[in-house]
Design a protein around this ligand. Structure first.
Ligand code: TYM
Length: 320
């Protein structure tokens, strides 16, 4: 029995990066008959930067529906804020984490840069993420490349806890997909595609075919017109490399493609083919919000049961 766990933060609209880096590999794990999966929405993580409550609610609903539409129905689906053990274990783990470890986190440095006042939760966020993971004792955490450092910190915290207070946690492995682990922004291929970025460089999962076509057509490439212009080279040709990787991750092939125009047409077709069935299923599910709510409520109930003994073991080990 292999248990996997992963969450997504409803801080914006899900992108092609989230699909290729996380949702598709997460869904693939459900095909293994011996697998068990806890997948959820890290809504507490969506409050680490200034947020609007009504918008958070709307994005949570949209994302909950999209996870179902992406084929995660067979997992236990839940909202982090509905499982109180997450916040409580996060505090216990804060008592084992050093400030220097959190100050080193790349995402903290990036999101906190240039911001006059930073929320404390942005700094402590990786500890809450460690709690999300360790409560379920998963063997594997399927994520995109940008979350690798956070899962590595989780491993360090689990090992430290087990050594200091007794064996409570499983030390998880991180799993990133071979292609699509770091989908880059189409308008600026030196930064990753993100939910909160401006719309031009991010393909959102609910973008229609015409919007996808326009965004891919405008994707930044380079001025190389040589016979081997269409080739992967992350350092010298980041835009072209990104398009090739998206094509591969969507099951397409670049063989025989010699121009950027042809490459972009192939990428558009491959991406639209991925998004169409997902959008059809989304429309059906969005018409039945009570069903979506019920799935997540049932999942949270299961999670409260699963996490209770692990939290109790951690409390007891620490002397509480
Ligand atoms: P989040 O919401 O930023 O991203 C959700 C998942 O999508 C992956 N991802 C990408 N993959 C490829 N290319 C991209 N451009 C791209 N952008 C995002 C992320 O790596 C992630 O797998 N802190 C996490 C959520 C979280 C979590 C957890 C994950 C909270 N608790 C416990 C795993 C385990 C986050 O904000 O991901």
């Amino acid at each position: 029995m292999t248990t996997s766990l992963s969450l997504l933060t409803p801080s914006g609209r899900l992108t092609l990066g989230n699909l290729l880096g996380a949702l598709r590999p997460m869904a693939a794990r459900l095909d293994d008959p011996g697998s068990r999966a806890y997948y959820g929405l890290s809504d507490l993580h969506a409050m680490t930067t200034p947020h609007d409550p009504a918008l958070l609610r709307a994005r949570t609903t949209e994302m909950a529906t999209l996870l179902l539409a992406a084929g995660l129905e067979r997992a236990t689906l839940f909202r982090q804020s509905r499982v109180p053990a997450h916040a409580e274990l996060a505090y216990l783990l804060e008592c084992t984490t050093h400030t220097g470890e959190l100050a080193r986190m790349i995402q903290f440095k990036e999101k906190g840069r240039g911001v006059g006042s930073t929320r404390v939760s942005l700094y402590t966020y990786p500890v809450l993420m460690a709690a999300d993971i360790l409560l379920y004792r998963p063997a594997v955490v399927p994520v995109g490349d940008d979350q690798r450092q956070h899962v590595e910190l989780t491993r360090d915290l689990a090992l430290r806890f087990n050594t200091t207070y007794g064996e409570v946690f499983t030390v998880p492995e991180v799993a990133t997909p071979a292609a699509g682990a770091r989908v880059m922004d189409l308008a600026d291929p030196t930064r990753k595609m993100s939910k909160s970025a401006d719309a031009a460089g991010s393909v959102f999962l609910l973008d229609g075919p015409d919007v996808v076509r326009r965004k891919v057509a405008r994707a930044v490439t380079d001025s190389d017109t040589g016979p081997d212009a269409v080739r992967a080279d992350r350092a010298a040709k980041p835009g072209v490399t990104n398009l090739l990787e998206v094509l591969e991750a969507c099951g397409g092939s670049a063989s025989g493609i010699a121009t950027y125009g042809a490459l972009k047409a192939a990428v558009t077709d491959a991406v639209v083919a991925q998004l169409e069935p997902l959008q059809r299923r989304y429309a059906e599910l969005a018409a039945d919000p009570a069903y979506v709510t019920e799935v997540y409520d049932r999942g949270a109930e299961t999670c409260r049961h699963v996490t209770e003994p692990v939290l109790a073991a951690a409390r007891a080990a620490m002397g509480l």
